[in-house]
Design a binder for this molecule. Structure first.
Ligand code: GLA
Length: 396
């Protein structure tokens, strides 16, 4: 090769390299964990535009939208069985006759953001067209419909590499120009917490949740089982990049009231995205009370963005702690046993605390004095007590 040619090739390599490796992600879309409602946990593929509109009405009248649940995500089942003649994605004409742009406009007019689901593989898990090989045209379609949130699944991925495949979709969303939250849903198979932060706002850490307390099989796990799998992932979460232990089952048939309350509390302790998955149209007052507990939501949404951790586990008792802004802490006592337990807390034993704090009970919604005095209380099976501790005096 002549010297001139060598120079030319070196120059071309320099021009090419930065383009090939740069990851692009829209800034400031998820400073705190996204909140909303998703159709999957209760309705599966049995969804249509009337259901979505009714749900938006229920989220408004129940106070959930005001409490922060502002994304409505339409999960698997919205598509036609095939793309149109030009290769574009189309909604099922019988169930979404007005089309996705009109539904997005409707949701926006009611104060919501509009989320949709698809899959990085050739088909979604329910057999509808997936996005593989169509990423850039699909991203333009979503942008043209006014989509604000894309949950991207991992069925039928063949031999595809997860990191590369999700990066392609992230680049496609960026190229389409509309800021869209990108929610990776590859079930934690390829450690997305290591590569997700550069390209997405959130990533699932496990397989699917179901409405039981502690069951476990490959495709469906109870929230308590999922909770354990979060241990060790705390350092990977923060503003604009969240671990996602899956959507909420709060209010669904397989959980007792105490189990719904604990599930919600611990998801808030984890700084988890809070995607309700119940039928908000038929929500008993107790469930509404759980989902709209503003003080718990403030723990989840704390601007410091720290994921909580398990501080201690004793038979029957777990203590979870989450650092909050302005020197505060949230502390959650969880009874994971089948009988009532007595909790005795000597606050100085919680070694992360420094000094004296005022105590607020976030479920009783009352202030309880300070950590200068020990706390004693009873906890029913599978139930929680959550305290917010605000510093009143620094330790000398
Ligand atoms: C996967 C996801 C679920 C849901 C279904 C839809 O199982 O993990 O959350 O989106 O696909 O088919």
């Amino acid at each position: 090769m002549k010297a001139d040619d060598l120079k030319k090739s070196a120059l071309m390599l320099m021009l090419w390299l930065p383009v090939a490796v740069a990851a692009q992600k829209f800034p400031e879309l998820a400073p705190t964990p996204p909140m909303g409602w998703n159709s999957w946990n209760t309705f599966g593929v049995h969804i249509d535009e009337n259901l979505i509109k009714e749900m938006s009405g229920a989220l408004i009248s129940s106070g959930m939208l005001e409490a922060g649940f502002n994304y409505i995500v339409i999960d698997d089942g919205w598509e036609s069985m095939s793309r149109d003649a030009h290769g574009a994605l189309i909604p099922d004409p019988a169930r979404f006759p007005s089309g996705m742009k009109a539904l997005g406009d409707y949701l926006h007019s009611k104060g919501f953001k509009f989320g949709i689901h698809n899959c990085a593989g050739t088909k979604t898990c329910s057999g509808f067209p997936g996005g593989r090989g169509h990423e850039f045209e699909d991203a333009r379609t979503y942008a043209s419909w006014g989509v604000d949130f894309l949950k991207y699944d991992w069925c039928e991925h063949g031999t595809a590499n997860a990191e590369e495949t999700y990066k392609t979709m992230s680049d496609a969303l960026h190229a389409a120009g509309r800021p869209i939250v990108f929610s990776i849903c590859e079930w934690g198979n390829n450690k997305p917490w290591l590569w997700g932060p550069k390209i997405a706002q959130l990533w699932r850490t496990t397989g699917d949740i179901t409405d039981c307390y502690d069951c476990q099989d490959v495709y469906a796990m109870g929230w308590k089982y999922i909770l354990k799998l979060q241990m060790g992932l705390e350092p990977y979460a923060g503003p604009e990049h969240w671990n996602d232990p899956d959507m909420l089952e709060v209010g669904n048939a397989g959980l007792s009231l105490a189990e719904s309350r604990s599930h919600f509390s611990l998801w808030c302790m984890l700084a988890a995205p809070l995607m309700a998955g119940n039928d908000a149209r038929k929500m008993p007052d107790e469930i509404r009370g759980i989902l709209t507990n503003r003080e718990l939501i403030a723990v989840d949404q704390d601007p410091l963005g720290k994921e909580g951790f398990q501080f201690m586990e004793h038979p029957g008792k777990e203590i979870w702690a989450k650092e909050l802004s302005a020197g505060s802490w949230a502390v959650c006592f969880f009874n994971n046993s089948e009988s009532t337990v007595r909790i005795r807390v000597k606050w100085e034993n919680l070694s992360f605390l420094k000094g004296v704090y005022g105590i607020r009970d976030l479920w009783q919604k009352e202030s309880l004095g300070t950590t200068a005095k020990d706390y004693t209380g009873d906890l029913a099976p599978h139930d929680v007590t959550v305290f917010r501790l605000a510093p009143v005096r620094e330790q000398p």
